[in-house]
Design a protein around this ligand. Structure first.
Ligand code: ATP
Length: 318
């Protein structure tokens, strides 16, 4: 992986670039370019190779670029963005040094995580996989609605980028009608009374190559679903929305964002099952969410509040 991204960055989809030119620019041998690019397909990148001409990408890739991302932020933004070629997990790296406002975004993640030890898979050049550190003066107890507040900010930025059907699933997923397009993972440090140092991790599919997987649920991507801006601008605008939303959440909690979250609620009034950590299932109709970000589920005529913890929500099909 260490040479693959530098080699791929030398290529485009418009014309062929010779192995010799790549080798010269990177100060490596032609043989090394050839063995490195032979591995591209295992990362979902397809290349055309033409004898005597070199290599061409089958589809263009907009690589992450710090100044293009930072250009979308306010001049006095609290965010400082670091672009990595590879990270085992941006959440894990940031938890080791969670300075307020630090953002890590990576082209490739080998150990991306979801909740409860699940995996998050990304696409080289086709995902946004990032984490940001934010310190909240209050303790963790005040932060139950944070995944929902982050989801509302993401949905706002994605909708403004042309994707009309972006939806939210409690507590931490972004959906399109075809499947899951993004996930949020919040981890924190600090004692019960605060301040809480929080790491907010996000994985978002812009593009899904054929044969990515294996995934145990349908996945979807923003490209082809209305997305009308590039990867760097989208990421910068997502950060800008988060920078507006996080101080507001710190001051006022989730309640002012609840209406916006529910306007994007993908499974509103739908029958669903809540899978409890002890293996039990609770069946009901999803009514929406509370001011604190708990799920409101109608079970046998009563409204029950489900707090996120280790529960999972699954749709119940007729
Ligand atoms: P929950 O409703 O409990 O959040 P979840 O299965 O959506 O359940 P998460 O922890 O949010 O769990 O996300 C991890 C899951 O997301 C994986 O188990 C896999 O099913 C799915 N997944 C992983 N990578 C992707 C991806 N790139 N696109 C869509 N889905 C993915």
């Amino acid at each position: 992986m260490s040479k693959l991204i530098p080699c791929l960055r030398q290529l485009d989809a418009g014309h062929f670039t010779s192995g010799e030119a790549i080798a010269e620019r990177l100060g490596i041998s032609r043989a090394s370019v050839s063995t490195t690019l032979a591995r591209a397909e295992t990362y979902g990148i397809t290349l055309e190779r033409r004898h005597g001409l070199g290599y061409r990408l089958s589809r263009p890739i907009e690589w992450l670029n710090t100044s293009a991302i930072q250009g979308e932020l306010m001049p006095a933004s609290a965010f400082s963005v670091e672009v990595l070629d590879h990270s085992e997990s941006t959440n894990r790296a940031l938890l080791a040094a969670p300075q307020h406002g630090r953002v890590l975004v990576t082209e490739w993640q080998s150990g991306g995580r979801g909740r409860m030890g699940r995996k998050w898979l990304g696409t080289l050049g086709g995902s946004l996989m990032f984490s940001l550190a934010w310190t909240f003066p209050e303790g963790p107890a005040q932060l139950a609605g944070l995944p929902l507040a982050v989801g509302a900010a993401l949905a706002r930025a994605i909708e403004a980028a042309g994707v009309r059907e972006i939806g939210l699933k409690w507590p931490n997923d972004l959906l399109l009608p075809q499947g899951k397009v993004g996930g949020i993972l919040i981890e924190m440090q600090g004692d019960a009374l605060g301040p809480a140092q929080v790491v907010i991790g996000v994985g978002l599919n812009l593009y899904l190559p054929e044969g990515m997987g294996p995934l145990d649920q349908p996945a979807a991507a923003l490209e082809g679903n209305g997305l009308n801006i590039g990867r760097n601008v989208l990421f910068g605008r997502i950060l800008a929305e988060l920078e507006r939303t996080l101080p507001r959440f710190a001051a006022e909690g989730f309640a002012p964002l609840r209406g916006e979250w529910e306007a994007h609620h993908a499974w509103h009034d739908q029958p669903a099952q809540v899978h409890m950590p002890d293996g039990r299932h609770l069946q009901g109709i999803i009514l929406g969410v509370s001011d604190e970000g708990a799920l409101r589920l109608q079970v046998e005529g009563q409204t029950r509040l489900i707090h996120s913890g280790d529960v999972s929500l699954r749709r119940q099909r007729a």
